[in-house]
Design a protein around this ligand. Sequence first.
Ligand code: FAD
Length: 393
Amino acid sequence: MNKHFDVIIVGAGAAGLLCAMEAGRRGRRVLVLEKAGRAGNKIRISGGGKSNFTNLYVSPDNYLSANPHFCKSALARYTPWDFMDLLSRHGLSWEERDHGQLFCEQGATAIVDLLLTECSAAKVDFAYDCEVQEISHRSQYQVNTSRGMFSSSSLVIATGGPSIPRMGSTDFGLRVARQFGLKSIPFKPALVPFTFPPGFLGRMLKPLAGVSLDAGVSCNGRHFREQLLFTHRGLSGPVILQISSYWNKGEPITIDLLPDLDAADWLKAEQGAHGKRQLKTILGEKLPRRLAALLCEQPFNDQPLQNLSFRHLEEIGAILNGWQLQPSGTEGMRTAEVATGGVDTNELSSRTMEAKKQPGLYFIGETVDVTGHLGGFNFQWAWASGWSAGQVV
Ligand SMILES: Cc1cc2nc3c(=O)[nH]c(=O)nc-3n(C[C@H](O)[C@H](O)[C@H](O)COP(=O)(O)OP(=O)(O)OC[C@H]3O[C@@H](n4cnc5c(N)ncnc54)[C@H](O)[C@@H]3O)c2cc1C
């Protein structure tokens, strides 16, 4: 293989593939270096094998970043409709699920195949099982890999974040940033289940493993409403994954178990109408029965509603609408779907993703300090940032 290219892209994930295809189409000689034996491993396992590849309601508000304005330009220039057009041109279709989430009907692998077909048409070269070990820059970028040395005028770092280390994920992007004197924000697990102290876990969560309900969860001024799932390790489900991105160690989360009701008013009305009925029976009409039963052992006490004073009903209602729990931590990078943090966006051009202090060096995708909510937003950032760099490298 020739050793010199116009563009070297490190990482054949979502961002790297989109960037390669765009740069190749412009006639640039592109080499993609991938340490795994094939491209797009995270795309392949995403969305339960169907890939939640974008979201109809993408907006900058769906992203966490130290600079919330940074993502605007790329997201406006490459939209969900651009990616849907690409799928359509390849005969792929999608299904819309809750909250505007789009999943590929032909499966996640069909998306990887589409991107590889586009790259092949654009004459992009690939080197697999090729781990980049060292980078240096004189007049060109010199990239030392497990398969020899390559050089290029432009170098794109698309190595993702460190979540799911068993897939080979690392903080390589941040190490490159540091080498070139660029600031970064440490990676932190996001979209990840919460863990709890053993006592609370054994008493309140393990007995409910498998129970799920529609709940609201708040923390640090953010609120989400989706499914909550009790597990034998703690709390999970979309609503928990969403709020975990905003949570810091030591902080409580507040769960609204009855988000459509003022629970105290409802209980007072029930007391007036059916005072002889047990609290557990009434709660079991609105909550999963196992949860209602456990709550009536602790923190509540099961008894006929007529035995409870208004103050007591208000206290019960306050817990039902605002159950404060203190996670001990998260399951960490082992199961996190993404990581917050990354290369500091102040170091990059929001239009091209090029490092301001280091001409020819680009960072795209999850390596950058832009992290999406659950629901296809992370892939949309990978496509959009990859596309932006692909126009200029
Ligand atoms: C289980 C799971 C399910 C997910 N589901 C969804 C979903 O449905 N929708 C959604 O929007 N997001 C989803 N995500 C998040 C999404 O996968 C990521 O945000 C996205 O893949 C980031 O793209 P990227 O190109 O930046 O990085 P990646 O896709 O992680 O690609 C980085 C690539 O760089 C390679 N690499 C790393 N270091 C080196 C090196 N030194 N040398 C050479 N190659 C290297 C890696 O092997 C990898 O192939 C999911 C994540 C996980 C873990």
